[in-house]
Design a protein around this ligand. Sequence first.
Ligand code: ADP
Ligand code: ASP
Ligand code: MG
Length: 421
Amino acid sequence: MKDIIVQKFGGTSVADTDKIKNVARAVIREKDLGNNVVVVVSAMGHTTDVLTKLAKEISPNPSLREMDMLLSTGEGVSIALLAMALQAQGCDAISMNAMQVGIITENIHSNARIIEIKTDKINEHLNSGKVVVIAGFQGVTEDSEITTLGRGGSDTSAVALAGALNAKRCDIYTDVDGVYTTDPRIVPCATKLEQISYEEMLELARVGANVLHPRAVETAKQHQTALRVRSSFKTDDLGTLILGVEKMELHRPVTGVACDLSQMRIVVCDVQDNPGTAAMLFDGLASENISVDMIIQSYARKALNTNDIAFTISKGDWIKTKAILEKLRDTLQYSNIYEDCSIAKISIVGAGMIDRPGIAAKMFRTLANLDINIKMISTSEIKISCLVEQSRANDAVEALHKIFGLDSKEIAVVNGDLPNV
Ligand code: ADP
Ligand code: ASP
Ligand code: MG
């Protein structure tokens, strides 16, 4: 039995027809090594952004069902073109969308999770010698409703397929040649990591290192899928291997620095300091499928029997959140609501920070030396995040990257041209 390799190519890698032809060469090369190949592709270039903009021109708050119908078309274009490119180069190939495969998701629009992937048809095609090209990012509910997995979700489609098919490896081809100690577009002397643990990669992805969709890392960890991030533009380069923590040596307390500009802060002022207040507020948000990240409840002012609750959400959830807060005004009896969109969440991540005191102090001191005010702090075992003014985000990332010894002497490779492979 041949091994199955899942290859995923992101938007930049399939941005035009020349790039698609080159992707086809990379696919054929993997097949010529004796593997069965399943390819997952994203929409071409900035298609998803363009489609989103079109929708916003029609309506400020379009229905999520119709958004999924619209956005899922982007990946539909890429699969057909790549299958044609493969066929034109003499490789038997077939494209399939999520409905044809049976990528079954929960019944939630715009951010659905995969429940099950049917593998029989894919295996049939692989066994007949075909490369199977599958649309990333999209799914289908049991009731045949089209769903999407959230922005950047093609990574998750690829890793979930690799898990379901028991693939030998899942390669995420993108416009950088691996996972770096921070976004190389912010810090050009970021260091490429040869390998990183699932745990650290998961934290980095969650706090804004959008080189991988967090749920893709979660899924790879669950199935212990060997995962590589590598360049579409230098296909000989093996990139970064993501694997289990037990094989890692922890030389440094901090492995990476990340920045997330997609969040906003909300402060609900003077809510009653009673049991059930926080539950009511966050139940309301959860009922609309709104994820909350950082939460701070202030010290209760005993005389008034009130306190403030501050939390962060994705900027895209603000309209829904506002409506919920409005609905809860009488129950929560808050005096005011402040919203702050100009924030950045800066995080340091590293399994090596466990049991090493002083890491948080060093982070706070570094920000203080730059006169950067910290608006909120949150920590986990291997991560410390600070909310700062958005205009100081790059300064903060650069300084933290340097102080924790992550700078490299080389300049990172970002977004080259696809060579003829
Ligand atoms: P694709 O379209 O291939 O899915 P993405 O734009 O989603 O590509 O992800 C690749 C981008 O992730 C890079 O261009 C880079 O700017 C960004 N990035 C953020 N953090 C990191 C990091 N730690 N290492 C590498 N790239 C990162
Ligand atoms: N096309 C989708 C997006 O731009 C999914 C992806 O590229 O992973 O978010
Ligand atoms: Mg991506």
